[in-house]
Design a protein around this ligand. Structure first.
Ligand code: SAH
Ligand code: F3S
Length: 449
C-alpha cells in the first residue's frame, strides 16, 4: 500500500484538516511515512495569510520535486488548502511536476484523487470548486497519531468568514461562513471523549459567528454560547477551548459563560490588529479601541486570571507613527499574556493591497521589532508571576525536545514542563511552578504527591 507524508503550514484549522486527510487515507489502507523521502505521496497543506508562508511551501515543493527527480523516484506530489484554493492551476503552471491541487472545500476527496493519480488513470487533478455541506466533511480523527492528540482534540465547527477584514485573504480561501449543526458537533465530541479525549478545542475562522444564520438567540444566548452549553454537558470532558473568536462576538452571554461553565478554560485569544480607531476602521474590524479594552476588562472581571492573547499587525497601509503609538499604549493597558506580531503583508485581491500609503518595508520591520520588545517584556513579567504558584495542568505527553520531560498545559493555556513519566499521561494534576523559561513554565509535581 502507498505511503503518504503530509506537511502542514499555518493555523490550527490546517493542522486539523491535515489530520482528517491523514485519517481518511489510513482508513483507505495508506500508511503514514516518517519522512518525505520515504513517501510515495507528499502533500503540502498550505497557508496564504502572509506571503512568507506561501513562499515557504513553494520552496519546499521545489525541493521535494528536485530531489525526487534527481533520485529518479516516482512520487505523487500535491498542494492542499489555502494556497491551493487561491492559486489553483497557476501552481502547476509554475511547478509542472505537481500532480494535485486540492482546495479547502475538497479535503474529503483526497483519497479518491490520489488513487486515480497512483493508478495512472489521470495525470493532473485540480479541484478548487466550492461544495455545499463541505463544512461537515472534516470528521475523521487520528487519535493515536501523537501523544498530544490522544488527550486533546480539535473539532471543526464552522468554515469560512464573512467579516472581510481588508487585509485578510481568509474569506477568499475559506469562503462564506458555513456552520455545522449543534447535534452533529456534540456527537463528534462525545465520540472523542469516549475514546479518551479530555480537552476539546472548537475551531473555526470566526467561531463567535457560529450558527448565526441557522439558530435563533435563546434566552439571550447566541448560537455559539448554545453550542458551548451543549458541549459542556458531555460527561468525562474536562476542558473546553475555542479559537479563533472575533472581539465583536464577546457579548455579555459569552463573557458570562466563562463565569458559568467550569469546563470552559480561562483563556481567550482576542485578535486586536491595531490600537488606533482610524486604522481599525480602515481594516474593517467592527470595534473601537475603547470597545476592545472594555471586553478585556469584562473578561478579567468575570474570570480573574484569564489568559488573554492577541494578534497585531505592524505597518498596515496608512499607519502613521501616531497610530502605531496608540497600539503600543493599548498593549500597556491591556497587558496581554502573549501576543503574535505580524508585519503587514499585501495579499492578492484584498482591499488593503490597493490602498495608497503602503508603509515601507523598513518601517514595518522597525515597528514589528518595537512591538515585539514591548509585548515580550509584558508577557515575560506575567510568566514570572507564576513562580511559586500551584496550577492545574492536563498532561499531554513527553516533550518533543527532551523525552525525559513531560509537557502539559494550564487552563489559561500556558505550557508547563516537568519531570514526568508515562503514568502522568492524560492526567489532570497540580504542579508547583518553580521557574520560567521563554514562554514556558517549569513545574514540580513531587511536592504535591
Ligand atoms: N480569525 C482568523 C484569522 C486568520 S489570520 C483565525 O485566526 O483563524 C491570523 C492572523 O494573521 C490575523 O489575526 C492577523 O493578525 C494576521 N494577518 C492576517 N492577514 C494578514 C496580512 N495580510 N498581513 C499580516 N498579517 C496578517
Ligand atoms: Fe480574516 Fe478578519 Fe475573518 S482576520 S478570518 S476576515 S475576522
Amino acid at each position: 500500500m502507498p505511503s503518504v507524508f503530509i506537511k502542514t503550514y499555518g493555523c490550527q484549522m490546517n493542522e486539523r484538516d491535515s489530520e482528517a486527510v491523514a485519517a481518511q487515507l489510513v482508513a483507505k489502507g495508506y500508511s503514514l511515512a516518517k519522512s518525505e523521502a520515504a513517501a510515495d505521496v507528499v502533500l503540502l497543506n498550505t497557508c496564504s495569510v502572509r506571503d512568507f508562508a506561501e513562499q515557504k511551501a513553494i520552496n519546499k515543493m521545489k525541493n521535494v520535486v528536485g530531489t525526487a527527480r534527481s533520485e529518479k523516484r516516482n512520487q505523487i506530489v500535491g498542494f492542499l488548502g489555502c494556497m491551493a484554493q487561491s492559486r489553483g492551476r497557476e501552481l502547476i503552471d509554475k511547478l509542472p511536476d505537481v500532480d494535485l491541487v486540492l482546495g479547502t472545500q475538497k479535503f474529503h476527496r483526497a483519497a479518491e484523487y490520489l488513487d486515480e493519480l497512483l493508478a495512472g488513470k489521470r495525470k493532473k487533478i485540480v479541484d478548487i470548486e466550492t461544495e455545499a455541506k463541505s463544512e461537515a466533511t472534516i470528521r475523521e480523527h487520528l487519535l493515536n497519531g501523537s501523544a498530544k492528540t490522544s488527550v486533546s482534540a480539535f473539532v471543526s465547527i464552522m468554515q469560512g468568514c464573512n467579516q472581510h477584514c481588508t487585509f485578510c485573504i481568509v474569506p477568499a480561501t475559506r469562503g462564506e461562513e458555513r456552520s455545522r449543526t449543534i447535534p452533529d458537533i456534540v456527537a463528534e465530541c462525545r465520540e472523542l471523549v469516549a475514546r479518551g479525549v479530555r480537552e476539546i478545542t472548537l475551531l473555526g475562522q470566526i467561531v463567535t459567528s457560529f450558527g448565526k444564520r441557522d439558530y435563533h438567540e435563546l434566552a439571550g444566548k447566541s448560537a455559539f454560547v448554545q453550542l458551548l452549553d451543549a458541549v459542556h454537558e458531555i460527561d468525562g470532558l474536562e476542558r473546553i477551548r475555542f479559537t479563533s473568536p472575533h472581539p465583536k462576538g464577546y457579548g455579555d452571554d459569552l463573557v458570562e459563560a466563562y463565569a458559568r461553565l467550569p469546563k470552559l478554560c480561562e483563556s481567550a485569544h482576542l485578535p486586536l490588529q491595531s490600537g488606533s480607531d482610524r486604522i481599525l476602521k480602515l481594516m474593517h474590524r467592527g470595534y473601537t479601541r475603547e470597545k476592545f479594552l472594555g471586553i478585556v476588562e469584562k473578561l478579567r472581571r468575570a474570570k480573574p486570571g484569564i489568559g488573554i492573547t492577541t494578534d497585531i499587525i505592524a505597518g498596515f497601509p496608512g499607519e502613521t507613527e501616531e497610530d502605531f503609538e496608540l497600539t503600543l499604549s493599548l498593549c500597556h493597558e491591556a497587558q496581554f499574556d502573549n501576543a503574535y506580531i505580524f508585519k503587514y503583508s499585501q495579499r492578492r485581491d484584498t482591499p488593503a493591497a490597493d490602498m495608497a500609503d503602503q508603509v515601507p518595508q523598513a518601517i514595518r520591520e522597525e515597528r514589528n521589532h518595537r512591538l515585539l520588545e514591548l509585548v515580550n517584556e509584558i508577557a515575560g513579567r506575567k510568566y514570572d508571576g507564576f513562580i511559586g504558584r500551584q496550577v492545574e495542568i492536563l498532561v499531554e505527553g513527553p516533550s518533543k525536545k527532551n523525552a525525559a520531560r513531560y509537557t502539559g498545559r494550564t487552563r489559561c493555556n500556558r505550557i508547563v514542563l516537568f519531570d514526568g513519566s508515562a503514568r502522568h499521561q492524560g492526567q489532570l494534576m497540580d504542579v508547583k511552578i518553580e521557574r520560567t523559561g521563554s514562554f514556558t513554565l517549569y513545574g514540580d509535581p513531587a511536592i504535591l504527591e
